[in-house]
Ligand binder design. Structure first.
Ligand code: HEM
Ligand SMILES: [Cu+2]
Length: 552
């Protein structure tokens, strides 16, 4: 193929031969994956990588919960315990949740938008293949002198400025992860803006595309901020700068400001794609169009903009002027408004719908219920005088696991069950899917609900030992965590079982209420789809069914 056509790959390729530059995917065996440029192959790589990291981070969580089963030190030295919490946090955030969403975007966006592939196929390959080395750096760091980073996933100096070389490996790992995120985001933005099927205007895209778009912009904005923070840390550690060293005229609190200017948008990077997934699944199983589509888009954008103005709510207890406290407190509370709009719309979508409760729908409803709980505890924490009491207690741990586990992770489970028929060509076993849901739902709450009480009673986070009065709830939480973990083996089994044939072949459109474009192609989705874009009638049929276009 001529280079002219390869260049055309990067812009709107509709009507052009899109094979230029894609021949690498005809390789067999492992070379197929190493040289992968096909969005489906890369999506698959991302999803399996994320799952491996989920298990790794999960094992670390169980290491933490084992130690906290009883007061006293049973299994780990405190130094190693701190490495476990730190790596658990970093691996879950950057290794599991974020790559899983990027994997879904890779797999599904071209299918849902009617595009032949992602915009930059080779860069896509590199975005993925930066991840395994980054993960390796983190895991190797456990074995270097001094062990892995142990200052918490927030890497606050002065602790992180003094730590051993495990911290340097974590910093390099974060550089790679950030690079990967930025390239992945460029790909997502370009694909969405340039490669939609004719007739699909921005305000007629599936909501998952909208949340992916906004998330990608957030990442491009804040990944460099985190990179800057950790690079300043690196130069403080090795090259004689004093950005964060009070002794040299710097300020450790500066790090916190920079970190959380990244960190708060980061929590929406893990939440917005979940909103998008749930906004696809609930209409399908309610057999009704999404209620308030345009308000969903505006709510997504408002949340994204507000997320840049609230970072100070992580720093109330550091000390700041009362006006600054009020600013961060009220703006944080303001985020509840667009979030409330979303929850209202999901419920209104279900209202008077012909509901059925297949596994994806169960996880989606579980998401709505439990994410809302996490949202409310977030509101509680946003009250500055309350947060000065609750900061760094288990209440915070409870809060963010409600939004990250029952939020981000449950939405991912929902997405996997929803699209597994499209990926594998087979149906999963509904009974075992439901069992996975109910099992996760119960044990999740057993694990994390008691943590609210522990926090209110004053148990600090990031400690390997605790005062005797905290024993009972900790025991309950640890039992819950091990049961929750066990349930995820069932998830693994369900996925493998489906790949191997499941309960039988899946039709192109297994869900009665699914009206987006991915259900127009065969199951399993062929290696190449939408090589010529869907015709305008196909697109309009879906748009009308989703009520983003009026009936003619
Ligand atoms: C699913 C089972 C999970 C269990 C049982 C679990 C348990 C825990 C525990 C016990 C801690 C330590 C709290 C402390 O001592 O301060 C922790 C911290 C943390 N977890 Fe999880 N977790 C789970 C999943 C996740 C997921 C999916 C995420 C996604 C992002 C996540 C993100 C974090 C973060 C960011 C921290 C803070 C680490 C730090 O203090 O630096 N966790 N988790
Ligand atoms: Cu925040």
């Amino acid at each position: 193929m001529s280079t002219v056509i390869k260049a055309a790959d990067t812009v709107d390729t509709h009507g052009v031969d899109t094979h230029g530059g894609h021949h690498a995917e005809h390789h067999a065996g492992w070379v197929r994956w190493l040289y992968a440029t096909n969005h489906k192959d890369i999506g698959t790589l991302y999803l399996w990588f994320a799952f491996a990291m989920f298990i790794t981070g999960g094992v670390m969580a169980l290491g933490i919960r084992a130690e906290l089963f009883q007061p006293g030190l049973q299994f780990w030295q405190p130094e190693f315990f701190n490495q476990l919490t730190t790596l658990h946090g970093i691996i879950m955030v950057f290794g599991a949740i974020m790559p899983a969403f990027t994997g879904l975007a890779n797999w599904m966006l071209p299918l849902m938008l009617g595009a032949p592939d992602m915009a930059f196929a080779r860069m896509n390959n590199w975005s993925f293949w930066l991840l395994p080395p980054a993960a390796a750096l983190l895991l190797i760091s456990l074995f270097v002198p001094g062990g892995a980073a142990a200052g918490g996933w927030t890497l606050y100096p002065p602790l992180s400025a003094q730590a051993g070389m495990g911290m340097d490996l974590a910093i390099f790992s974060i550089h790679l992860l950030g690079l990967s995120s930025i390239m992945g985001s460029i790909n997502i933005i370009t694909t969405i803006l340039n490669m939609r099927a004719p007739g699909m205007t921005l305000l007629k895209m599936p909501l998952f595309a909208w949340t992916s778009l906004v998330t990608a912009y957030l990442l491009i904005a804040v990944a460099p901020v985190l990179a800057g923070a950790v690079t300043m840390l690196l130069t403080d550690r090795h090259f004689g700068t004093h950005f964060f060293s009070a002794a040299g005229g710097g300020d450790p609190v500066l790090f916190q400001h920079i970190f959380w200017f990244f960190g708060h948008p980061e929590v929406y990077i893990m939440a917005l794609p979940a909103f998008g997934i749930v906004s696809q699944i609930i209409p399908t199983f309610a057999r009704k169009p999404l209620f308030g589509y345009v308000s969903m888009v505006y709510a997504t954008c408002s949340i994204a903009i507000l997320s840049f103005m609230v970072w100070g709510h992580h720093m109330f207890s550091v000390g700041m002027p009362a006006t600054a406290q009020l600013f961060f407190m009220f703006l944080t509370m303001l985020i509840a408004v667009p979030t409330g709009v979303k929850v209202f719309n999901w419920i209104a979508t279900m209202w008077q719908g012909s509901l059925t409760f297949e596994t994806p729908m169960l996880f989606a409803i579980g998401f709505v219920c439990l994410f809302t709980v996490g949202g409310f505890s977030g509101l509680v924490l946003s009250i500055a005088p309350v947060d000065t009491q609750m900061h760094d207690t288990y209440y915070v741990v409870a809060h963010f696991h409600y939004v990250l586990v029952a939020g981000a992770l449950f939405s991912l489970f929902a997405a996997v069950y929803y699209w597994l028929p499209k990926w594998t060509g087979y149906m999963y076993h509904e009974g075992r899917g439901k069992l996975h849901f109910w099992w996760s739902m119960v044990w999740f709450n057993v694990t994390f609900f008691p943590m609210h009480f522990l926090g209110l009673a004053g148990m600090p986070r990031r400690i390997p030992d605790y005062a005797l009065q905290f024993t009972d709830f900790n025991t309950v939480a640890s039992v819950g965590a091990f049961c929750f973990g066990l349930g995820q083996l069932l998830f693994f089994y369900n996925v493998i079982h489906t790949i191997r044939g499941g309960v039988g072949p899946a039709p192109a459109s297994p869900w009665e209420g699914g009206n987006t474009l991915e259900w127009e192609v065969a199951s399993p989705a062929p290696h190449h789809t939408w090589e010529s874009p869907p015709d305008i009638e196909t697109v309009r049929r879906g748009l009308i069914a989703q009520a983003v276009e009026e009936k003619p």
